[in-house]
Ligand binder design. Structure first.
Ligand code: NAP
Ligand code: HSE
Length: 429
């Protein structure tokens, strides 16, 4: 029997859930016209039904029992916007097993349990959509799976965490400290429940694992993504980078080549005239290179209530259209090959290195000697400041193998004239 309306169950009513509620209410008429039937929220799972959410809510919409949604035969689409792995995974698998379409914004769950979720969707003939799990409001999953499907994707290169991009912008443009910038990102609803996921690079790594798996049609496990966050980035590094004509960004980089794929998340210096350099605040941008299309760039808000909910509701509308036409099962897994993942030591980039050294003749020569012996060629060396006893120097290398750089740094750290290797940041140009 064909459906005359689509009923949605929401798991979670926090930042993203509130946005979904608002869009489905405020754009109700347009959504109905575009889908071909009304789309209504039937039940919402929360932890605390008494919490003030700044919404005009009918109290009987709220429940603390997930069974009211998962086992409710009137609900067609379950939207998981709770976050975390459990119980989100248990509820999501439960919904798929009941034949309901699943829409989720949860990159933790998709990155770690994508295979299981796709299998459950396939076995039960239903859809799974997760556009909001990567880069908030920016469409990237569907473009990779559909619009760019004709290409062999060579590279995906992007700013994919809104919190850290907002923080780095505030630190560089407004002079905020790391902690002040993080507190602002949390207040704006950008950060994860545990912000270590953002500043430690794990959130970006989960998103990169999802994007790379789709772009290269091979499952990229999260534990194979190289991860470095922004916790070691100081205002000095940002200032020195700027003097050298660079900006500092947390990057997600995935490359496919004949000797394997590279997947890495780390801070990087980008030249000020790089297309991603002006991407500031909560904005994200993803640059994709395909063999047929060439270069394509996606840009927009990477986090926040309404931008993220825009992606979630777009997915709900797709799931609704499929259900109304009686053809669910379109959101299938595209990982049909197995590609080698390159060890990090075999990747190569340029590096910015900040050292605190003894302020004596011959120190620079001894450091340059170690780099030279390890095939690390230097592009520039700048002495920043000196106290008479110690000096701060900043070096930038040419393209070098990561393994060679790490070997050289191990020796340099042990030199009696080197007080500290203060920071090492990759340069991507
Ligand atoms: P949030 O503000 O912390 O909201 C989580 C919601 O889920 C709350 O309403 C909470 O209920 C409910 N909840 C959590 N655990 C529950 C449980 N065990 N039982 C019942 N209800 C539970 O999170 P959010 O920022 O909206 O993020 C949700 C998801 O979207 C996460 O996976 C996140 O990674 C992803 N995401 C977020 C953004 C963003 O900008 N925030 C962007 C893209 C993707 P109470 O309200 O009663 O506590
Ligand atoms: N915490 C995430 C970010 C939310 O800041 O990008 C969007 O996924």
């Amino acid at each position: 029997m064909s459906k005359s309306r689509i009923n949605v169950g929401l798991l979670g009513l926090g930042t993203v859930g509130r946005g979904v509620y608002r869009i489905l209410k405020d754009n109700r008429a347009e959504i109905e016209q575009k889908v071909g039937a009304p789309v209504e929220i039937k039940k919402i799972l929360v932890r605390n039904p008494k919490k003030d959410r700044g919404l005009e809510l009918e109290q009987d919409l709220l429940t603390t029992d997930a069974g009211d949604i998962i086992n409710n035969p009137d609900i067609d689409i379950v939207v998981e916007v709770m976050g975390g792995i459990n119980p989100a995974l248990e509820y999501s698998l439960g919904a798929l097993k009941q034949g309901k379409s699943l829409v989720t914004a949860n990159k933790d769950m998709v990155a770690a349990h994508g295979k299981e979720l796709f299998q459950a969707a396939g076995e039960n003939g239903c859809d799974i959509f997760f556009e909001a799990s990567v880069a908030g409001g920016i469409p990237i999953i569907r473009p990779l799976k559909e619009c760019l499907a004709a290409n062999r994707i060579r590279q995906v290169f992007g700013i994919i965490n809104g919190t850290t991009n907002y923080m780095l912008t505030q630190m560089s443009k407004e002079g905020l400290s790391f902690d002040e910038a993080l507190a602002q990102a949390q207040a704006l609803g950008y950060a994860e429940a545990d912000p270590t996921a953002d500043v430690g690079g794990y959130d970006a790594a989960r998103k990169l694992a999802i994007i790379a798996s789709i772009a290269f049609n091979t499952r990229v496990p999260l534990d194979r993504v190289y991860i470095e966050g922004i916790t070691r980035i100081t205002t000095e590094d940002i200032k020195y980078a700027s003097e050298l004509n660079y900006v500092v960004k947390l990057m997600g980089i995935a490359k496919d080549s004949d000797d394997g794929i590279e997947v890495r998340v780390h801070p990087a210096l980008l030249p000020k005239d790089h297309p991603l350099a002006p991407v500031d605040d909560v904005y994200n941008a993803i640059h994709v290179s395909g063999d047929a299309v060439g270069d394509v760039m996606f840009f927009g808000r990477g986090a926040g209530e309404l931008p993220t909910a825009s992606a979630v509701v777009g997915d709900v509308m797709s799931a609704a259209r499929y259900q109304l036409r009686g053809v669910p099962g379109m959101g299938s897994c595209t990982c049909f090959t197995e590609k080698e993942i390159k060890p990090m030591g075999l990747t190569s980039t340029k590096y910015y290195i900040r050292l605190n050294v003894a302020d004596r003749p011959g120190v620079l020569a001894s450091i340059a000697f170690v780099f030279g012996n390890n095939d690390v060629s230097l592009a520039s060396v700048i002495q920043k400041h000196t106290t008479g006893q110690a000096a701060e120097i900043v070096l930038v290398t040419h393209d070098v193998l990561e393994k060679n750089l790490q070997d050289a740094l191990k020796i340099i750290k042990e030199l009696s004239t080197v007080n500290e290797v203060s920071n090492v940041i990759r340069v991507e140009d």
